[in-house]
Design a protein around this ligand. Sequence first.
Ligand code: TYM
Length: 334
Amino acid sequence: MINGKKVLFSGMQATGNLTLGNYLGALKNWVALSDEYECYYSVVDMHSITVRQDPAVLRKRARALMTIYIAAGLDPDKNCIYYQSHVSAHAELAWILNCYTYMGEMNRMTQFKDKAAKHADNINCGLFTYPVLMAADILLYQADVVPVGIDQMQHLEITRDIAQRFNGIYGETFTIPQAYVGKTGAKIMSLQNPEKKMSKSDENPNASIYLTDDPDTIMRKCRRAVTDSEAQILYRDEQPGVKNLLNIYCACTGKTPEEAVKEFDGRGYGDLKLAVGESVIAVLKPLQDRIAQIEKDKDYLDSHIKANAERAAYTATKTLRKVQRKVGFPDRIR
Ligand code: TYM
C-alpha cells in the first residue's frame, strides 16, 4: 500500500514501433486502472539493450514512448512515469535476485527461446536473465497488480516464484503480484497470420497496425486481414482470423463478443473489416493528435521526467535497502 492505495506496476520496451497489440493488451488497461491504484509505469530501456540497439534511435524511442504513455491518458502528475535506467535500484535488485533464480527456470522461458532463435548471433546473458530484471522492476515497488498481455504471463509467474522463494528464506519482504489481463485485448494476433501474435518486430508491415499508422493505412491493413472461407462471423477458435478481428473490435469499442456477433449476424467479412478499421481509427486518431500536442512542449515532459524518476527512486530504494539488509550486506554509515 502506498498513500492508502494498492500498487500497480507495468512497463513497455522502447524498441520498434508500438502496435495496436501493445495498446489494447496493456496501455488501455493501464489507463482504466490508473485511478484505482498507486501507479508506476516505466519505459523499460534497460530491457531494450538485450537486443542490439542504435543508441540515438533508442533514446528517441524512449522519449516517444513516454509521450505515448501521457497521450494515452496517464496523467504524469498522478502516475509515476519514468525511465527504468534513471533508477539504479532496478539493476541492483536484479543482481541480488539473479542469485535466487535457477538456470533451469530461465531455460524454460519461451520468450528467451524465441528471441535466442531470432538473434542467434547475440545470445547474451542479459537476454537470458531478462525475466529477473522484470521481477526486480515489479518487486521494487511492492506491486499488487501488473497489467500485461498474455505473452508476459510466464514472466509474471517466475516473478511470483522468485518473490515467494525470497520471502520463504528471509521472511515477508515482497508483495506477491497478480497479473491483470483484459478480456478481449490480451492477445491481439497478426493480421496476416492469426496463429501468431501481433508484434513490433514482424517483418511484414501488413501484419501489424502501428500506433502511428494513418487512417488510410489502418483501413488498408484491415481490408487485407487474413480470414477464412467459412463466410460466417462467429467468435470461436476454429476461425482465428475472424476471432482476432472481433477481439480488436470489442477492445476498441468496449462491446462484448456476444454483442459484436449479434451486430454482424448475416453480414459479410467486408462489413466486419470496415467496422474494425473504423473502430481502430476512432481510438488511434485522437491518440496521435495528443502525441503531436505533447511533443510541442519540451519543458513539460522534461520536468516530469526528473520529478518522477526521483519519486520512483524513493520507493524503490526503500525496498532495496530492506533486501540488502536481509541478505547480509553491511549497514550504511549515515
Ligand atoms: P513489451 O514491450 O513486449 O510489450 C508491452 C506490453 O504489450 C503487451 N503486448 C500485447 N498484448 C496483446 N496482444 C499483443 N499482440 C501484444 N504484444 C505486446 C505485452 O504483454 C506487454 O504487457 N517484458 C515486457 C516489459 C516489461 C514489464 C516489466 C512489463 C519489463 N518489465 C514489468 C510488466 C512489468 C515486454 O517486453 O513487454
